[in-house]
Design a protein around this ligand. Structure first.
Ligand SMILES: [Zn+2]
Length: 270
């Protein structure tokens, strides 16, 4: 069963167009809001060297890389993602509170209790408050409470979830289009988000058009910085968005899990 599980802080989301396109862009919020965007179309990322505890690191890497490739594949965009290798012990900006310039993908086997065990993934963006320029994005995946897979389609599919989270990394918010990767409904084992829908493709091609600047951008550079942070909190469970602590911008991406697929509590000393 698919349920709509994600909420969005409406003040920070604007329709990208008045012509009926359904993709949504996240903004800095406030009275003088700016759309979030990457100024440089070459975006690098690293994966924590501990990889994913549930699958071979090579398979996990392939699933992550494939998810990035999905977003750069439409010929109408010139986005390009570059895997820069594995990072040893890098701390995500969710925990450090700082932008280190590395866009990090990390499975956390100790999920911060304040995030909640129903949260499947957590994407945090650091942007320039004066321009909306995205400076650093880290994506944490919950390996304490959830199983991950690159292939078997029975538990949380790495590529499926990563395509959605990378959409947030790019500055997109949730859409109401149920066919879209940026849809806020989720079913464990789904793979529908592995590929972009027409809505997602319109979004990436209009926001990051090949050879053209991103629309709705001010001229200030990233060096004129006034930092802010925000995140996508992707949760299990559902249907109760009013209970969420959406401090920030980006929305939540929830999961309905069968009880048997939750990880059992770790036994200390083993
Ligand atoms: Zn989301």
């Amino acid at each position: 069963m698919t349920r709509a599980l994600c909420a969005f802080l409406l003040l920070n989301v604007f329709p990208a167009s008045v012509f009926g396109q359904e993709y949504q862009r996240a903004t800095t919020g406030g009275e003088d809001a700016h759309y979030l965007f990457w100024r440089d179309r070459l975006i690098s990322f690293v994966i924590d060297s501990a990889g994913c505890p549930d699958t071979d690191i090579g398979h996990a890497r392939s699933a992550v890389v494939n998810a990035f490739n999905v977003w750069e594949s439409p010929p109408c965009t010139d986005l390009f993602f570059s895997f820069q290798g594995y990072a040893d012990g890098a701390e995500p900006n969710q925990l450090s509170g700082e932008a280190d310039g590395n866009n990090l993908i990390v499975w956390l086997d100790e999920w911060p209790p304040e995030w909640g065990a129903d949260q499947v993934a957590n994407t945090r963006i650091i942007w320039n408050e004066r321009t909306g320029e995205i400076l650093d994005v880290d994506i944490c995946l919950n390996a304490q409470d959830y199983y991950w897979t690159a292939s078997d389609r029975t538990v949380n599919d790495i590529q499926d979830v990563m395509v959605h989270e990378i959409g947030h990394l790019l500055g997109f918010a949730h859409t109401t289009d149920p066919e879209a990767s940026m849809y806020d409904g989720y079913t464990e084992g789904e793979i529908i988000k592995r590929d972009l829908s027409g809505t997602d493709i319109r979004g990436v091609c209009e926001v990051y058009p090949a050879g053209m600047p991103t629309p709705g951008v001010t001229g200030l550079s990233m060096y004129d910085i006034e930092l802010s942070t925000g995140g996508c909190q992707c949760r299990q469970g559902a249907g109760a968005p009013e209970g969420w602590m959406l401090l920030v911008l980006l929305a939540a991406f929830g999961v309905v899990l069968r009880r048997g697929s939750r990880k059992r509590p770790r036994v200390s000393g083993r």
